[in-house]
Design a protein around this ligand. Structure first.
Ligand SMILES: NC(=O)c1ccc[n+]([C@@H]2O[C@H](COP(=O)([O-])OP(=O)(O)OC[C@H]3O[C@@H](n4cnc5c(N)ncnc54)[C@H](OP(=O)(O)O)[C@@H]3O)[C@@H](O)[C@H]2O)c1
Length: 325
């Protein structure tokens, strides 16, 4: 395999540019998925308290560590503070719950999952969509608690997810420990150029979630009896297909390589062995400048946003709703 690419993080930490996404990966699926991913060279795993699969991921990682196939410091692990934890009084509690689930002393990156906090109900990882109770959310106070997690050695770095430019800037202005990462929805149809430039100017690593356009998003809506949404279909885009033929790659590989050449990390999710391998085989080719420009021009913008979190009732009215309404 060609040399992998890493994103520089504070303290000399390096984030592998391709990580394994695990949202919607069930416990049963994760068993095989994680072994396949680690055997295929993945050294970056993205999970979250609200994905409810941290414990299985932790158990499999422990197997790899205890038989000496992998050292803890060789794998970059991200997890996230769930919406019911987005309150200054609950950051430490949720951080500790995640470490316990993962059976780890520390994670590499701890992210605030979403800029709006919701009422905490014991045992609930996510608010119930039609009964979501949002709370006033004080980012500066919450960030201080995030910084304390670094001080306590529970996480190497901290960052945010789904925050907009203004919200990231507010944290930057008050932070003692600057955010090291912004994880946002980002793909060829929603390129987030202004946000990416701002982050890069401030040494914040950008991680693209749903980099393939989250084709199974409607399964998530169906869990709550919600109607399907019309999704952008980049995996069958004819322009990308033409380029895939030219470079002898797949649409998915073109989309991921495009992000990499824009210095953006990506965390494609798959539970299919062949796709898991395919998604990391992107370090052995280069998209030329003229083709990068063609891909730039596929930008659709806001209309292509998939994960708008609007299924949670009352979220749009909250002053910290991060996306254009
Ligand atoms: N911070 C946040 O709020 C947030 C929100 C959403 C996602 N995320 C993170 O980002 C990760 C990725 O996002 P995502 O899961 O929404 O979507 P995604 O990675 O864009 O797409 C995943 C889907 O694409 C399919 N797929 C994967 N590789 C493929 C390939 N090479 N060819 C064709 N189909 C392929 C997968 O199918 P199979 O699994 O059936 O193979 C799965 O249905 C998540 O898993 C999660 O870790 C974070």
């Amino acid at each position: 395999m060609a040399a992998k690419i890493f994103m520089d993080m504070p303290g000399g930490l390096k984030m592998p540019a391709i990580g394994l996404g695990t949202w919607q990966s069930s416990d049963a699926e994760i068993e095989n998925v994680l072994d396949t991913a680690l055997e295929s060279g993945y050294r970056h795993i993205d999970t979250a308290f609200s994905y409810e699969n941290e414990a299985t991921i932790g158990r499999i990682l422990k197997n790899w560590f205890s038989c000496g196939k992998l050292k803890r410091e060789e794998v970059f692990i991200t997890t996230k503070l769930p919406m019911p934890g987005v309150h200054q009084d609950r950051v430490e509690m949720f951080m500790k719950k995640s470490l316990e689930n993962l059976q780890l002393e520390y994670v590499d990156l701890y992210l605030i999952h979403f800029p709006i906090g919701t009422k905490y109900v014991e045992g609930q990882a996510l608010p119930t969509p039609d009964k979501t109770q949002t709370e006033p959310t004080d980012h500066v106070a919450i960030w201080k608690k995030m910084e304390e997690q670094v001080d306590a050695g529970r996480t190497k770095t901290i960052g945010v997810s789904n925050f907009n430019l203004k919200q990231v800037d507010r944290i930057l202005k008050s932070a003692r420990i600057k955010p090291a990462c912004l994880q946002v929805e980002l793909h060829i149809y929603l390129q987030q150029r202004q946000l990416v430039t701002f982050c890069h100017q401030n040494s914040i690593v950008v991680v693209a979630y749903s980099p393939l356009g989250s084709p199974a998003f409607n399964k998530f809506l169906a869990l709550f009896g919600l109607p399907p949404k019309k999704l952008p279909d980049m995996l069958h885009d004819e322009t990308i297909k033409g380029m895939a033929t030219k470079y002898k790659k797949t649409n998915a590989q073109i989309m991921l390589r495009y992000l990499l050449q824009r210095k953006i990390a990506a965390i494609p999710k798959s539970v299919t062995a062949a796709r898991i391998k395919e998604n990391i085989e992107i370090f052995d080719f280069n998209i030329c400048a003229a083709d990068m420009k063609i891909l730039d021009d596929l930008e659709v913008g806001e209309k292509a946003r998939i994960c708008d979190f609007k299924l949670f009732s009352g979220i749009l009215e909250h002053p910290e709703y991060p996306f254009p309404k």
